[in-house]
Design a protein around this ligand. Structure first.
Ligand code: PMP
Length: 395
């Protein structure tokens, strides 16, 4: 049965992390894998999560099955977090999923079910797993221009020019905030233009919201998406609790569907649940129970928001320290863009050779394509990183 199988290609991000772990040097840096670490280099369990877990331990009375859509209280609380008072809430429904990855896959499945010739357009560059998930589900993948390697910002003119050619068979995948891998986010003006285009041309916006709260704030990070959500007839969202709740391994996410009418949204939801039924059936409960416990309790929610603010501010602090250190090292403003980027990552423009040199000469591990995880960097490691980067990358 299996004799002809060859091993899968190594995951580009996870294999870097493993290589760093095996590196015997003490002053090495793993800036590859996308997890937040604190100043002690630890990916902490949030205190708000601990408190929610204590409550669950004391009050949970059953481990019986929950249901194909997961916990509806979680779904509703997450819809509120994403949409606020947005008018599209009245036609938005959701399914709890194993992480945003699960949501991406289920939404891809339902796209194929609805329209086998649909094409999904993603940013060039995009999250490393976007294309594999879409392709495995059977959705054709195409790219719109996004990251400008010169300015390290979004080339919105080129992006909008491509989107202006799309129509009813097209799905446009947008990062809600904190673009992975580039760190370069869309302007509010671009969200407005995309909204107009979606309405005029009929393409379906599909938003991946994996880092809400890590850019400018919980509400601020959703502003562009909410503008769009209020105005387009239909949209999809894949949302993650991995980063902002620190629940990476609990696999906690959400697929949101908003169509023209609530009835239509419910119909799509039922087909998504059908897809879930024939794969994992039901999502794991623990992470969702934690999130629901936090979001339904105003005091605990406030406490969680302060923890997210602390994480966000630490990342912003690291960004500005690195920019300052690079100014001193290079005597230029070449790396100022790092402070303008949002969220955990920045693509810094290192070539394949430079990535190799950083790894071999300095023990600095970044993902091919030159993505660094600022959220994995300690303030105390900034001078070392700045030294390595300026030696390898400064002209
Ligand atoms: N989308 C993006 C843009 C991501 O960066 C990630 C994870 N790094 C995911 C989705 C998947 O997240 P999850 O852990 O919730 O599956």
């Amino acid at each position: 049965m299996f004799s002809h199988l060859i091993p899968a290609a190594k995951d580009p991000i996870l294999s870097q992390s493993l290589a760093c772990l095996q590196d015997a040097r003490t002053n090495k840096l793993d800036l590859g894998v996308g997890v937040y670490r604190n100043e002690q280099g630890v990916t902490p369990v949030l205190q708000s999560v601990k408190r929610a877990e204590e409550r669950l331990l004391n009050t949970q009375e059953s481990k019986g099955y929950v249901g194909l859509a997961g916990c509806e209280r979680f779904n509703n609380a997450m819809i509120e977090l994403l949409l606020g008072e947005n008018s599209s809430r009245s036609r938005a429904v959701a399914v709890q999923t194993p992480g945003a990855s699960g949501a991406l896959r289920l939404l891809a499945d339902v796209i194929v079910m609805a329209n086998p010739s649909a094409k999904i357009w993603m940013s060039d560059l995009s999250y490393a797993n976007h294309a594999p998930i879409m392709k495995t589900a059977g959705v054709e993948v195409a790219y719109y221009p996004y990251f400008d390697p010169q300015t390290k910002m979004v080339n919105e003119t080129a992006m909008l020019a491509t989107l202006s050619t799309l129509g009813k068979n097209d799905v446009v995948l947008l990062h809600g905030c904190c673009h992975n891998p580039t760190g370069a986010d869309l302007s509010y003006r671009a969200w407005q233009s995309i909204t107009e285009m979606a309405n005029a041309q009929g393409f379906l916006p599909f938003i991946d919201m994996a880092y809400q709260g890590f850019g400018d704030g919980m509400e601020e990070d959703a502003a562009g998406f909410r503008y769009l959500a209020e105005r387009v007839p239909a949209y999809l969202v894949a949302s993650s609790c991995s980063k902002n709740f620190g629940l990476y391994r609990e696999r906690t996410g959400l697929a949101v569907i908003a169509s023209d009418t609530l009835q239509q949204s419910e119909c799509i939801k039922s087909r998504i649940m059908e897809c879930a039924r024939s794969s994992y059936t039901m999502p794991p409960d623990h992470g969702a129970a934690i999130v629901r416990t936090i979001l339904e309790d105003q005091a605990l929610k406030e406490f969680w928001l302060t923890e997210v603010t602390q994480m966000r501010q630490r990342i912003q602090g690291v960004r500005s320290s690195l920019v300052d250190a690079m100014k001193i090292q290079t005597g230029t403003h070449q790396f100022d863009f790092i402070a303008q980027h949002k969220g955990m990552f920045s693509v810094i423009g290192a070539s394949a050779d430079q990535v190799t040199r950083l790894r071999e000469q300095f023990g600095v591990y970044l993902v091919d394509g030159g993505r660094i995880n600022l959220a994995g960097l300690k303030e105390s490691d900034v001078p070392f990183l700045a030294g390595a980067l300026s030696e390898v990358m400064a002209p």
